[in-house]
Design a binder for this molecule. Structure first.
Ligand code: PLP
Length: 393
């Protein structure tokens, strides 16, 4: 990105970052360069390891470089490492920052497979101490820090239960003790929240969701606040052979070009639908941080500049068969575990909620919606028909 692009607004930056580079040979987009073997002119070059020289396909080629640059620009990062999935974007830095005998503090609302990795690999295989904390703990997290604490892992909001972590308090106490902080920032896509500017060390993305936007690629990214922090992750990825394909990187970058406009529409529809749901008698509570009645609304307002298209709502207490009937009756909402794509999705969440620090308590079953690009009124009509099955089977 040119220095001049730094001065532009977010949409302009997203369009112009890593685009029309002289290396693209007059193309707007980077070429897809598929490579394992890269040839050298002379034998003496083979082990020269000249900075910037191309050696082997695992280093990446034009499209991976361009995607890293675009994500670094959006997150305000010193360096970005790409990972083969959003889950790998969480597990790779956790491994890179783990220490023998170490202790990690993890937000209790963290994505289920990240939690399974912490328990199954870091705790059971590597012997680390894994401690979950109440997502709303704020500055009281200090009491849980031990001399051997080597990571604080956040996810804000939690992608099922939508609590917001207090990034300012947590980054302050972590920095004072030089403990690296990581956040799964997929919900905001790096568009609505800039955690690195708030002092968090790593912003992790499942680029599978809003970046890609078309539900057809799996990818992750790790954006580092400092160059040194970025090097720790890039070295770990290199040593463990983690990389992404040039074709996938190209697709994610293509998706990113329209991410801003997609997100703005999805955000508006989601907020309108959330407001509509809050007025319904059959809904006990809506979990959308931009609604003033959300318990963390003040922190969300302080740190975020918008809300994406993913939110939850709690039905009045109804039996599971009614929840399944409601979901099965939806015609426009697909039933699927992902989110952030162009199409709307719905799931019920209770079977996958696992909590230990603060048990999940709600008046009834929790439904999660990912709002896509359809017309909002059509989505509301679909939900109305679905919710009506709760009372009139
Ligand atoms: C919050 C969150 N983080 C990470 C991931 C993992 O992303 P991926 O499916 O690309 O591994 C997901 C996927 O649903 C997610 O919801």
């Amino acid at each position: 990105m040119s220095d001049e692009n730094n001065k532009h607004g977010p949409h302009t930056r997203l369009v112009h970052t890593a685009s029309a580079d002289p290396a693209y040979n007059k193309l707007v987009n980077p070429p897809i360069e598929r490579a394992s073997t890269m040839l050298f002119d002379k034998a003496e070059d083979l082990y020269a390891f000249t900075p910037g020289a191309r050696y082997y396909g695992r280093q990446g080629t034009a499209s991976q470089y361009a995607l890293r640059k675009a994500i670094a620009d959006m997150e305000g990062a010193a360096a970005v490492t790409l990972a083969p999935s959003g889950l790998a974007a969480c597990t790779l830095p956790l491994l890179a920052l783990s220490r023998p005998g170490g202790h990690m503090l993890i937000s209790d609302s963290v994505y289920g497979p990240t939690r399974a990795f912490c328990d199954g690999v870091l705790r059971d295989q590597h012997g680390l101490g894994i401690e979950y904390f109440d997502p709303r703990i704020g500055a009281d997290l200090a009491a849980h820090i031990r001399p051997e604490t080597c990571v604080i892992f956040l996810e804000s909001p939690g992608s099922l239960t939508f609590e917001i972590n207090d990034l300012k308090e947590i980054s302050k106490l972590a920095q004072a003790r030089q403990i690296p902080t990581l956040i799964d920032n997929t919900w905001s896509a790096g568009w609505f929240l800039k955690p690195l500017a708030l002092g968090i060390d790593y912003s992790l993305q499942a680029a599978t969701k809003y970046h890609t936007g078309h539900s057809d690629v799996i990818m992750g990214s790790i954006a580092a606040r400092t160059k040194e922090g970025g090097r720790v992750i890039a070295d770990y990825a290199r040593l463990t052979g983690n990389m992404v394909s040039p074709d996938d990187a190209w697709l994610v970058l293509r998706g990113m070009r329209t991410m801003g406009v997609r997100l703005e529409r999805q955000a508006q529809s989601a907020l309108d639908i959330a407001r509509w749901l809050s007025a319904r008698e059959d809904v006990a509570q809506v979990l959308h941080p931009a609604l003033p009645e959300h318990p963390d609304h003040a922190i969300w307002k302080r740190d975020f500049n918008g809300a994406s298209g993913l939110f939850g709502f709690i039905l009045n207490d109804v039996p599971e068969e009614s929840v399944l009937r409601f979901l099965d009756s939806l015609k426009l909402f697909g039933l699927g575990f992902s989110w952030g794509g162009y199409e709307s999705l719905a799931i019920h969440c209770d079977p996958q909620i696992k909590r230990t620090a603060r048990p999940w308590q709600a008046a009834g079953p929790l439904i999660r919606l990912s709002i896509g690009l359809e017309d909002k009124d059509d989505l509301i009509a679909d939900l109305t028909a679905g919710l009506n099955t709760l009372t009139t089977p």
